[in-house]
Design a protein around this ligand. Structure first.
Ligand SMILES: CC(C)(COP(=O)(O)OP(=O)(O)OC[C@H]1O[C@@H](n2cnc3c(N)ncnc32)[C@H](O)[C@@H]1OP(=O)(O)O)[C@@H](O)C(=O)NCCC(=O)NCCS
Length: 178
């Protein structure tokens, strides 16, 4: 059976939320780490927000990777003129409204290293291109995805960086499609 990347069906939303949270759990601050209570609260708020996949229906396209009828990854695309909303008091500097935005790429640990993350990135880039976006953009705070995007040819766009919580830098990356 080959891997399929497509939009999630209504009956798949709960499972999509589950695999998204399972993927991002690795970023939970360890219990014995020296992060502040505010940072722990910010992470819980973030997980709660990302789990609410229904809140993004209508504004964003929710992609899933399906392998033999099992959901094994997910990624969200905001088409041009549909800007993401973020949890918490800090919002990033807005980018041009005609750009498309990638968010919330997640592959649960058991399915990693098989190219699923890359396929989910490429499928959303193709959709953004088909929708006429001149640029796709994203934020990330995580080293694994920073190096993946850099290898895929994305450029840093530090003028769009922001701090979603104290001491957490969300770096902006962009990819020109024209
Ligand atoms: C980032 C993530 C989606 C990658 O998923 P994946 O299916 O394992 O990724 P792929 O197998 O397609 O690999 C993509 C690239 O990342 C590299 N990569 C994957 N896991 C890696 C790791 N732990 N460390 C370093 N590089 C890694 C791969 O070598 C590959 O590079 P290449 O295409 O140049 O060979 C997955 O690790 C994840 O869900 N992480 C937690 C959530 C997260 O941080 N999401 C990104 C937020 S922006």
């Amino acid at each position: 059976m080959t891997m399929v990347i497509r939009e999630a069906r209504a009956e798949e939303l709960d499972e999509t939320a589950r695999i998204l949270v399972a993927a991002f759990e690795e970023h939970r601050p360890p219990a014995d780490s020296a992060v502040t209570p505010q940072q722990r609260v910010a992470f819980e708020r973030y997980l709660e927000d990302i789990a609410n996949v229904r809140s993004r229906r209508g504004a964003a396209d929710l992609f899933v990777a399906v392998d033999a009828d099992r959901l094994v990854g997910t990624g969200t695309l905001y088409p041009p003129r549909l800007a993401p909303t973020y949890p918490g008091p800090h919002a990033p500097p807005p980018w041009p409204s005609e750009w498309a935005t990638l968010r919330l790429l997640g592959v649960p640990p058991a399915h990693r290293g098989r190219g699923i993350g890359r396929m989910l990135v490429e499928a959303r880039i193709e959709r953004a291109r088909a929708l006429g976006a001149p640029v796709v953009a994203l934020h990330t705070s995580f080293e694994v995805s920073r190096s993946m995007y850099q290898r895929l040819g994305w450029q840093r766009a530090s003028e769009y960086d922001y701090f979603p919580a104290a001491e957490i830098l969300a770096e902006a990356y962009i990819l020109a499609l024209r």
